[in-house]
Design a protein around this ligand. Structure first.
Ligand code: ADP
Ligand code: ZN
Length: 729
């Protein structure tokens, strides 16, 4: 017999092998096999059985082994991987790689960490990496060694040198256990569902019981009790003997949600999380395969959890951009979740207060059924929103002109009432540009060309795209005369201003400089325990947090996201503003939200102030329709990258010429080639060709042709094919 095998490598397709008769009985779709690959052995999975011989004179090699102890992949998961690869025009091996858990060679239960030594202040000279690490540790206390390396660029030698001087300590801690009830303990009282929740639960469970695919969009305002709906449905799905997959945008930002699933469903929940230790990850993987664990909660890649008998798939905050993988295999976990549910005969629930326009239009195309939770489940209604027009005379605070008098007064009142506040600004660092006061030249990243941002905690300039870091020069390096001015706003500057205005307040910061994973949980924990009065942060503060004592939310620049050249700018702004507003007044005290802006009349800002999702959609959809953008048309982004701009330009022109007859026949339009919004990154020039077409089929035809072209394009350029792109940069 001949079979096709998919290997977790970037090969263009699957490979055909011959199977010796004694191994045939052990084969099935998804079984793990060991095969020869040139001069070595490789492990792959059976992608097709009983296939015809390949064309031409090929001598097939034999499958070497079908390991008996190895479990392979469930058949439906293998099919999902292959179908996803086809859809995204990606090598099947890349899709497989995204689906397989990353098991290290040697499983570990302990994680090596580096800790701050609080009483010690370094006296000697420090290298930039060492300084960076100490700053990070001062903020978060402890980092896993690989986090310190990955996120802060520390080297083993620099960490050792710091430890030798006694400025940091090395140690170990337990890896996160995917079954342990870590994270915040929450008394879960399981409130009785209100009538709107009841209707949603009944509809979803009706579909689960029927065992056929049905898709739902759960549109519920912030704090309307969507999570309660997921919990009830998940519990009942397990009781029916089926399994349940729950996707959340970023697990580090949603420890509460995970805690609630654990508290309600107990040991049946596996957490799929990159901070989970190797040994535990293996344990969770086999527990799911063997059906001992029937609920998986995790971010994007949990989509591939090896659960069988799937009855329910939940995608929480379905509009969140983190569901789209931005590199290698560029899949959208929400779209593949719908596909997986389809194959498994499961119900899928996409939940959000601000659904993506794609999902909203799927309701109107009857691909999804709409379930509404129009009111908050908590005692109080949605918070009041006021818009502060920064253009008005006297609106701004005299000393800190990026804050309004109104915002400062509201903060004062919040602190006086001993409540908590969140200030939102979607930009980290202190100031986004260092500009010469005499010749106007800004300090740029040598390999990306963009302005370097000043970060006060590190006292350095940093590239937000490639992490290049340097000291602030004494004088402008262009005219060698002018002093450098730090212009613009970042979270660090807000923290400094708030500290100046309210010296007694405890101010915290949450942005990606405060590192990932455990450190984020630490900040959120401090907010929960009310050790922070004012939390300043980027979009990380907008996620589904539930902090009942937060009564005031101030948005420092509501229009900031509108400057971006992207047709989704208004949609993203509306979503962010609505989500951040939803953090206020979730407890028993009414909330107030203040949007500071120079564009108070922009429809995205005005609709967010009214918390009027459908109003926003009514204004946004006509633009999209007119221009043929999603949800009305489909896109594929072809991005060429190369070191030589001339070679790249010529290649992209050739690609456009190659595609244009096909595009014309398919009613697709080619936009470009043109420099990408980020025209240079890490020393590579970047050019875009955006293809817009009325149908998915047309997009696919163009993408397939582009893939074939790229195979012969030579080594000097790299072509990236992004189907259904979310970010056009
Ligand atoms: P969402 O997921 O829509 O933001 P949650 O499920 O987190 O909303 O609910 C918000 C708050 O309301 C939580 O504190 C939750 O315990 C509470 N809650 C949810 N449903 C009910 C209900 N039916 N009765 C009373 N309180 C509820
Ligand atoms: Zn850079």
């Amino acid at each position: 017999m001949r079979i096709e095998v998919v290997l977790p490598l970037a090969l263009p397709g699957t490979l055909t092998y011959h199977v010796p008769p004694e191994l045939v009985p052990r084969l099935r779709l998804g079984a793990r096999v060991v095969v020869p690959l040139s001069t070595r052995r490789a492990t792959g999975y059976v992608a097709a059985l009983d296939v015809p011989p390949p064309q031409g004179e090929v001598v097939l090699r034999d499958v070497l082994a079908v390991p008996e102890d190895a479990t392979g992949l469930p058949e439906d998961l293998l099919q999902l991987v292959l179908e996803a690869a086809r859809y995204y025009c990606a090598p099947p091996g890349e899709a497989l790689r995204a689906a397989l858990p990353r098991f290290a060679e040697t499983p570990t239960r302990r994680v090596r960490v580096v800790r701050a030594v609080p009483e010690k202040t370094p006296d000697g000279r420090l290298g930039p990496r060492q300084r960076r690490l100490l700053v990070a540790l001062a903020e978060v206390g402890e980092l896993a060694l690989d986090e310190a390396r990955r996120l802060h660029g520390a080297t083993a030698a620099s960490i050792r040198a710091l430890a030798d001087k006694g400025w940091v300590e090395l140690g170990e801690r337990d890896a996160v256990d995917p079954f342990a009830s870590s994270g915040p303990a929450c008394a879960d009282l399981a409130p009785d569902p209100n009538p709107a929740q009841r209707r949603a639960i009944d509809a979803v469970l009706g579909a689960v019981r029927a065992g056929r695919y049905r898709g739902f969009l759960l549109h519920g305002v912030t704090a309307s009790g969507k999570t309660e709906v997921y919990l009830r449905c998940a519990a009942e799905t397990i009781a029916l003997g089926r399994s349940c997959l729950v996707l959340v945008p970023e697990i580090a930002l949603t420890p509460q949600l995970v805690g609630r699933f654990r508290a309600r469903l107990g040991g049946a929940v596996a957490l799929v999380h990159s901070a989970v230790g190797e040994a535990e990850r293996r344990r969770a993987w086999s527990a799911m395969l063997e059906g001992r664990v029937r609920v998986a909660v995790g971010a994007r890649s949990a989509l591939f959890a090896p659960l069988s008998g799937l009855g329910l798939v939940v995608v929480d905050e379905e509009h969140d951009a983190s569901y789209k993988q931005a590199d290698r295999f560029r899949y959208h976990a929400r779209d593949l979740a719908m596909l997986r549910a389809h194959h498994a005969g499961a119900a899928v629930v996409l939940g959000s207060a601000t659904p993506s326009l794609e999902s909203w239009s799927n309701v109107h195309d009857t691909k999804l059924e709409l379930l509404r939770l129009p009111d908050r489940a908590t005692p109080l209604p949605l918070p009041a929103v006021r818009v502060c027009d920064l253009r008005l005379r006297g609106a701004r605070h005299p000393r800190h002109t990026f804050l309004s008098r109104e915002l400062v007064e509201e903060l004062e009142g919040t602190l006086a009432r001993r409540e908590q506040a969140i200030l939102f600004l979607n930009r980290r660092g202190f100031a986004p540009t260092a500009i010469c006061s005499s010749c106007g030249t800004f300090v740029a990243c040598p390999s990306c060309g963009v302005a370097l941002a000043y970060h006060r905690a590190r006292d350095a300039l940093l590239c937000h795209y490639c992490n290049f870091e340097r000291q602030v020069p004494e004088r402008c390096e262009s005219c060698r005369e002018g002093e450098l001015d730090l212009r613009g706003l970042g979270t660090e500057r807000i923290v400094a201003a708030v500290g100046d205005l309210f010296p007694a307040a405890r101010v915290g910061r949450l942005d990606s400089d405060v590192a990932a994973g455990p450190s984020v949980e630490r900040v959120l924990d401090r907010l929960r325990r009310r050790e922070i009065d004012i939390l300043v942060g980027t979009q990380m503060v907008t996620k589904g947090h539930d902090f009942p004592a937060v009564t005031f939310v101030g948005v420092v620049r509501a229009d900031m996201g509108l400057q971006v050249v992207d047709f989704r700018a208004a949609e993203r702004t509306f979503q962010l503003l609505t989500q951040v507003a939803g953090r206020a007044g979730r407890g028993t005290t009414p909330g107030l939200v203040l949007f500071q802006t120079f564009l108070p009349d922009h429809y995205a800002i005005a609709a967010a102030a009214r918390q009027d999702y459908e109003g926003f959609v009514r204004q946004e959809l006509p633009f999209r329709r007119e221009l043929g953008y999603p949800p009305f048309g489909r896109l594929v982004l072809l991005r060429g990258e190369g070191r030589d701009a001339g070679v790249l330009d010529a290649a992209m022109d050739a690609l456009a010429a190659e595609l244009s007859p096909l595009a014309a026949a398919a009613h697709a339009s080619l936009l470009g080639p043109s420099p990408a919004p980020l025209a240079r990154l890490r020393g590579f020039h970047r050019r875009h060709l955006l293809v817009k077409a009325p149908t998915r089929k047309a997009i696919r035809a163009v993408a397939v042709r582009a893939t074939a072209w790229a195979a012969h394009a030579g080594r000097k350029i790299r072509l990236i094919i992004d189907i259904d792109p979310l970010h056009l940069a």
